[in-house]
Write a protein that binds this ligand. Structure first.
Ligand SMILES: [Zn+2]
Length: 368
């Protein structure tokens, strides 16, 4: 028996099996040719579907994007969009697997989307549906898990064996990468940190509860607070309002960030509040999980230290056992809004490896 990497034993999938710290060593031991296989990652967000071809170094070779179909559309319409993008890319690149990163709850087998807030997916067997229509192996992953995986493999989480990623967008996406695998929890739903309650009786959250962390530390929280100030016609918010064309509705997250960078004291304070709440939640997560590094991504994190400065200060002031324990670092994500796509593609690469190996073994068996 020759030609199978690792001899008669098929190479195991360290990150899928959760074999721990040996995972990365095993990964390096695999033939470089396999690790370089290009794959496709698809990031399905609330407004855009982005698909890209990603090489073994995490580099995006080509990218296509289109609008996310309206929530009222059937699952088949969303599948059509994904299939169309994948086939276009596959025409121009020699790809070997497809990874889907979806904003939603993905089951532990990574095949069904249990619920997606932006799409008409309810217990949707997405992996099976796409596998039947595409000639590639397909995996489905939660978008925050995919982004965390990308940061761990190629970005700000490299070299850290216990990392937590937080993505601050409309809400808070969260994921844990531990010993070279994504910790998905028993049912695939770990990492929903945004819905930890930080203020009983606080702001209402779309999840149905009140006082969820993401109601205080997210892009939506930032914009809500800014618009509230504007609606009260506070004089301190006038420069911000002027940037927004004079209307509260014109205030957006990027606009507040831009104003803060230009020194607008109100914008700086708004980011300070969001950063302070970020630090409170991170201290809670450190108490529960004790990671070595927190990687902060998402649109709001573009404000850099205007957000992370207050987060670090509050974290240090709030952390349980402070002064008597090593403290996690809090760093800015490195891959920007491509993280979900790159991570989904890289997770799919592992399936591509298995797929190819099994196929080859079948061919060999037939030859005997
Ligand atoms: Zn909530």
């Amino acid at each position: 028996m020759t030609g199978t990497p690792g001899g008669t034993r098929p190479p195991v999938l360290p990150t899928l099996l959760g074999l721990g710290p040996r995972a990365e060593r095993r990964r390096r031991a695999l033939p470089a040719g396999i690790l370089r296989l290009p794959t496709i990652g698809v990031d399905i967000g609330g407004t855009k579907v982005v698909a890209g071809v990603v090489d073994g170094e995490g580099k995006v070779l080509e990218k296509l994007r289109t609008d996310t179909p309206d929530k009222s559309k059937s699952p088949k319409v969303v599948e059509d969009v994904i299939v169309e993008l994948v086939l276009q890319l596959a025409d121009r690149h020699d790809v070997h697997a497809v990874g889907i990163g979806a904003a939603g709850w993905v089951d532990a087998d990574r095949s069904r989307v249990l619920f997606a807030p932006h799409l008409n997916w309810r217990n949707e067997p997405l992996q099976q549906a796409l596998s039947e229509r595409l000639r590639f192996p397909v995996i489905v992953e939660n978008d925050a898990n995919a982004a965390a995986w990308a940061e761990w493999r190629f970005g700000a989480g490299r070299g850290e064996d216990h990392m937590v990623m937080l993505t601050l967008g409309t809400g808070i996406g969260g994921a844990v990468v531990r010993d070279g695998y994504v910790d998905r929890g028993k049912y695939g739903l770990a990492g929903e940190f945004g819905h930890m309650q930080v203020l009983p009786g606080g702001h209402r959250c779309p999840c149905g509860n009140r006082g969820c962390w993401e109601q205080y530390s997210s892009g939506n929280a930032l914009v809500r607070d800014a618009r509230e100030l504007a609606a009260e016609e506070s004089p301190v918010v006038q420069p911000l309002l002027a940037r927004a064309g004079g209307t509260a509705d014109g205030i957006t997250g990027p606009l507040v960030t831009e104003a803060a960078r230009d020194g607008d004291p109100t914008a700086i304070e708004l980011l300070y509040e969001v950063g302070t709440w970020l630090g409170v939640g991170i201290a809670n997560l450190a108490a529960a999980l004790d990671p070595g590094r927190f990687v902060i991504g998402g649109g709001v994190s573009e404000s850099g230290d205007l957000l992370l400065g207050p987060a670090r200060d509050t974290f240090r002031r709030t952390l349980t056992g402070r002064g008597f324990r090593p403290e996690a670092t809090i760093v800015h994500a490195a891959l920007g809004n491509e993280a979900g796509l790159v991570g989904a593609a890289d997770l799919a690469r592992q399936v591509a490896r298995r797929f190819r190996t099994i196929k080859r073994r079948r061919v060999e068996r037939t030859a005997l």
